[in-house]
Design a protein around this ligand. Structure first.
Ligand code: EPS
Length: 387
C-alpha cells in the first residue's frame, strides 16, 4: 500500500517526506516535483516568506536515473530561511538549551493552547512549528508522485477556488486543459470576474490587518469505476477523501458532490440518474450530485470534492482576546508573520491529498510491482467490467 510520512518544523532546517509503496519504473524528475511545489507557493494574499522561500529540493533515495526503484522515495525540502538567519538556528536548535523568547500569549483559533496543554509545554513555539501549514510542502512533494502514477491510468486532478471570503466564482468547471488558466489567476479562480472580486476582498482584509478563508473544489477527471468499497467503513473512498482533506491545516468543512445542498432537497431530485451510453459502451450519469462516489465506491464519473478553509487564525492586527499562559492575565495574542489568505495554495494541497488517496486505492485494486504491471492490471479489469 502507498503510504507516506512527513517530518520537520516550519522554521527548522528542512522538511522530509518518505513515500513507500510506489511501483518501480515510474518516471520522475526533480522538475516534476519542483513544478508542484512552485504552484503551492502561488496566490495573492500570501505573506513575505513566500517571496524568499525557495523549497530547496533534494531527492535522497528511491529514484535512480529518473525512475522509481520500488524502494521508499525520500525527499528533503530545505528551508531557505534557515541558512539566511541565525535567529532560527538558535530558536530551533536540536542541542540542549532553552529559548529566551517563549511565546505565551496564545493565539485563538490555533493549536497553540490545546497543544501546550496536551504536551505539557510552556512555549507555544513547541506546538506551532509543527502545526504550521509549511508542512504541506512535504505533502505536495508526495502528492506529485501520486499524480504521476495516476496519470499512467489516465487520471488527472485539478482544483480551483470557488469562494474567497464572500466573493464567489460564477464560471464553469475547469478541465485539465484549463489548468494553466486557473494557475494564471492570482487566486486560482477559473472565472475572471470572480478573480477580480476575490483580489478586491483580499486587499480590503489586508488593509484592516485581517484574514480570509474560502472554498476550493477538487476535480478528478478519468477516475475509474471501482476505487474504494462499500464493505467496511474505513474502506469507503468518500470517507478517505474527507479525512485527507480535513487534515489540511485550517480546513473545517469537506463536501463530496453537492453534499450539503442535496440535504435540503427531495430524493426525487437529489440523485444522479443512470443511463446506458451505447456509443461509449458504458453507464453514464449526466449530473454530479454524488460527486462521482456511490456507496463509498467511485462510479467512473467526475470526482468532485470541496474543502472549506477557515480564515487564518494569525492576524496582522491581533484583536481577539486571549490569555497569557505565564500570568493567566488577559492579553492580545503574540504576533507572527502571516498570510492574509492561503486558500489558493490550499487548493494545490487539496489536489495532492485527493491524488494520494486515489493512488493508494488504485494500487490496492490493481497492484503491481512495476508501472507496466499496474497499468496492465488496470486495463484488464476495465476490459472485463460487469455487468
Ligand atoms: C504559516 C505562516 C507563514 C507562511 C507559512 C505557513 O510562515 P512564517 O510564519 O514563517 O512567515 O508563510 O507557509 C509556508 C512557509 C509555506 O511554505 O507554505 C503558518 O503559520 O502556518
Amino acid at each position: 500500500m502507498l503510504r507516506y510520512l512527513t517530518a520537520g518544523e516550519s522554521h527548522g532546517q528542512s522538511l522530509v517526506v518518505i513515500v513507500e509503496g510506489l511501483p518501480a519504473g515510474l518516471e520522475v524528475t526533480a522538475d516534476d516535483l519542483a513544478v508542484e511545489l512552485g504552484r503551492r507557493r502561488l496566490g495573492y494574499g500570501r505573506g513575505p516568506r513566500q517571496r524568499f522561500e525557495a523549497d530547496e529540493l533534494t531527492l535522497i533515495g528511491g529514484i535512480r536515473h529518473g525512475r522509481t526503484l520500488g524502494s521508499p522515495v525520500a525527499i528533503e525540502i530545505g528551508n531557505s530561511e534557515w541558512k539566511r538567519s541565525d535567529k532560527w538556528h538558535d530558536e530551533m536548535s536540536p542541542a540542549p538549551g532553552a529559548t529566551d523568547f517563549p511565546l505565551t500569549q496564545v493565539r485563538p483559533g490555533h493549536a497553540d493552547l490545546a497543544g501546550m496543554q496536551k504536551y505539557g509545554f510552556s512555549d507555544a513555539r513547541d506546538v506551532l512549528e509543527r502545526a504550521s501549514a509549511r508542512e504541506t510542502a512535504a505533502r505536495v512533494a508526495a502528492g506529485a508522485l501520486a499524480k504521476l502514477l495516476l496519470r499512467q491510468i489516465g487520471v488527472e486532478i485539478i482544483s480551483h477556488v470557488i469562494q474567497l471570503g464572500s466573493a464567489l466564482a460564477k464560471g464553469d468547471r475547469p478541465t485539465p486543459a484549463d489548468l494553466a488558466t486557473v494557475d494564471a489567476s492570482e487566486v486560482r479562480c477559473f472565472d475572471a470576474a470572480g478573480t477580480e472580486a476575490m483580489i478586491h476582498e483580499i486587499k480590503a482584509a489586508a488593509k484592516d490587518g485581517d484574514s480570509l478563508g474560502g472554498v476550493v473544489e477538487v476535480l478528478g477527471y478519468g477516475v475509474p469505476v471501482g476505487l474504494g468499497s462499500h464493505v467496511h467503513w474505513d474502506r469507503k473512498i468518500d470517507a478517505l477523501l474527507a479525512q485527507a482533506l480535513m487534515s489540511i491545516q485550517a480546513v473545517k468543512g469537506v463536501e463530496i458532490g453537492d453534499g450539503f445542498d442535496v440535504a435540503g432537497q427531495r430524493g426525487s431530485v437529489a440523485h444522479d440518474a443512470i443511463r446506458w451510453d451505447a456509443d461509449e459502451e458504458r453507464y453514464r450519469r449526466d449530473t454530479t450530485l454524488a460527486g462521482g462516489v456511490e456507496g463509498g465506491i467511485t462510479t467512473g464519473e467526475l470526482l468532485v470534492a470541496r474543502a472549506a478553509m477557515k480564515p487564518l487564525a494569525t492576524l496582522n492586527v491581533p484583536v481577539l482576546e486571549t490569555v497569557d499562559t505565564a500570568t493567566k492575565e488577559s492579553a492580545v495574542s503574540f504576533k507572527e508573520r502571516t498570510d492574509v489568505t492561503a486558500v489558493p495554495a490550499m487548493g494545490v494541497v487539496a489536489e495532492t491529498m485527493v491524488a494520494l488517496v486515489l493512488a493508494a486505492e488504485a494500487q490496492r485494486k490493481y497492484g503491481g510491482d512495476n508501472v507496466d504491471e499496474f497499468v496492465r492490471n488496470a486495463r484488464s479489469f476495465h476490459a472485463q467490467l460487469h455487468p
